[in-house]
Ligand binder design. Sequence first.
Ligand code: ADP
Ligand code: MG
Length: 231
Amino acid sequence: MITIKDLHKSYIMGQNSLHVLKGIEFTINDGELVSIMGSSGSGKSTLLNILGLLDSYDEGTFHLNGLTMENLSESKAAYYRNKYFGFVFQSFNLISFKNAQENIALPLYYQGVSRKKRNQIALEYLTKVGLRDWAHHLPSEMSGGQKQRVAIARALVTDPSVILADEPTGALDSQTSLEVMELLTQINNEGKTVIIVTHEQEVSALTNRIIRLRDGLILEDGPTEKVLANV
Ligand code: ADP
Ligand code: MG
């Protein structure tokens, strides 16, 4: 469970400070499929990066499974990040000179899993995302949708409880976007919390709850049909 209260974040640039998150509050329970929707610049990525312990916040509280995430050391943050979160990005962030199976196996390498074991687990996840026959292909040999499936498999391979996806369909056509959203929905149905950042209503419409951001504040937070009725 993720609980944040009165969360603030500013970026300092020289003499200037940009107040990006201006008091954000919500609770996301285990097993939810939720989108954080808002136009470009509304603070979505900043918020997701804070939730995933990739960035710090200035004010407010943040609890993950009842534990405070305040003032974590780098190593503590890395520990919780690796334990609880899997990340998916718009630009896939695959390693170009590693094949699909190696990309998926990489997080297991950092956990000290043996080569044989990690290749076996990576193949299981490749199969899960429907790409078993693509194990030895490089990212450059795959379509955008296939690359995002590899990235999703990589996010899942350490069995995190929460998947954080920042504009996961942002680089995909609408049919492929739908397929990627179906995969994320399936992962949610299997028990994982899935949090998706998007500026697209069509993507938000496929989640169960929408947290709508505008200029660093929550405009609305509720069941999808209810929020979309007011957009
Ligand atoms: P979104 O993901 O909704 O498009 P972001 O969270 O990326 O929004 O950005 C919110 C605001 O913060 C934007 O005005 C952006 O330019 C600014 N911003 C984002 N990251 C940084 C940074 N590292 N340094 C300074 N300003 C930033
Ligand atoms: Mg963004």
